[in-house]
Design a protein around this ligand. Structure first.
Ligand code: ACM
Length: 263
């Protein structure tokens, strides 16, 4: 099967335009599982809750329904970041569309920088979805979650073969850590990052692209440039992540010593 990450430049505040572009990119993606960036439907740099409230989507929104119809028509598992409204609460969420079943939602656990002023902390925890007809188990974390190895480890212990990581990365250090999250858990990691910049008038955030897929040895198997939109696709073998040994004696899960760790 193929796994793809999509790199794009969302238009800030333009949900309908972004929906159209996401659907067009999805159409071009030749993969069974396709990962889009964090907040791909809205853009990123919200500086007040009011701004998020004006644009956040409820789960039964027309926009998410339209996206789901496209995912179902194309028979693809699709992960897309969006701002979620649930009553008075606002989340930096990712929806996972299962073309043969229900939708699932991950709400970002670790809020980065000014996200802490405009979003509520995610309450879903980290979970793994089993897409049995593809024989792939998928977990999701969002961007800054990478700084907490417990996030990827929780997904791997939950049986994930692939970690989808919708992102809006503004540093460069993630490129040292993401392959390590893959290696230390023996899983694929798919980082879909955005490009472009956004400003609130006093501060500009630049997003650095280089979306990539890492294999379970932490090697880059496909990667995009820092500044252009595009789709990176790679063939993967999810079942190969399930045996956690890396030589005839060691197994990275069997060798864990939780009694010695402090969380
Ligand atoms: C980030 O979490 N968007 C850096």
């Amino acid at each position: 099967m193929n796994l793809a990450v999509v790199q794009m430049h969302p238009a800030f505040g333009e949900v309908e335009i972004n929906l159209e572009r996401i659907c067009a990119l999805l159409d071009r993606a030749e993969a069974e599982v396709v990962v889009f960036p964090e907040l791909a439907l809205s853009g990123y740099f919200f500086t007040t809750r009011h701004q998020v409230e004006a644009i956040a989507l409820e789960r039964n929104s027309v926009i998410l329904n339209a996206l789901e119809n496209t995912a179902k028509r194309q028979e693809k598992v699709v992960v897309v970041g969006f701002p979620e409204r649930d009553g008075s609460r606002l989340f930096n969420s990712a929806v996972v569309f299962d073309p043969r079943g229900e939708r699932h939602y991950y709400r970002k656990t670790h809020l980065f920088y000014r996200e802490q002023f405009v979003f509520d902390e995610g309450d879903t925890g980290f979970f793994v979805l089993d897409f049995s007809w593809l024989d792939v188990r998928l977990g999701t974390m969002i961007c800054y979650d990478w700084r907490f190895p417990e996030a990827a480890r929780t997904l791997a212990l939950g049986g994930a073969d692939v970690i989808a990581c919708p992102s809006n990365l503004v540093t460069h250090v993630w490129r040292m850590a993401m392959p390590v999250r893959a290696l230390e858990n023996k899983v694929y990691v798919a980082v879909a990052n955005r490009i472009g910049s956004e400003s609130d008038g006093t501060e500009t955030l630049s997003f650095n692209g280089r979306s990539a897929i890492y294999n379970y040895n932490g090697m880059v198997i496909t990667e995009l440039p820092p500044d252009t939109e595009g789709i990176a696709t790679a063939p993967i073998e999810p079942t190969r992540t399930r045996n956690k040994s890396f030589n005839s004696i060691n197994d990275i899960f069997a060798d864990r010593r939780p009694w010695a760790y402090r969380l």
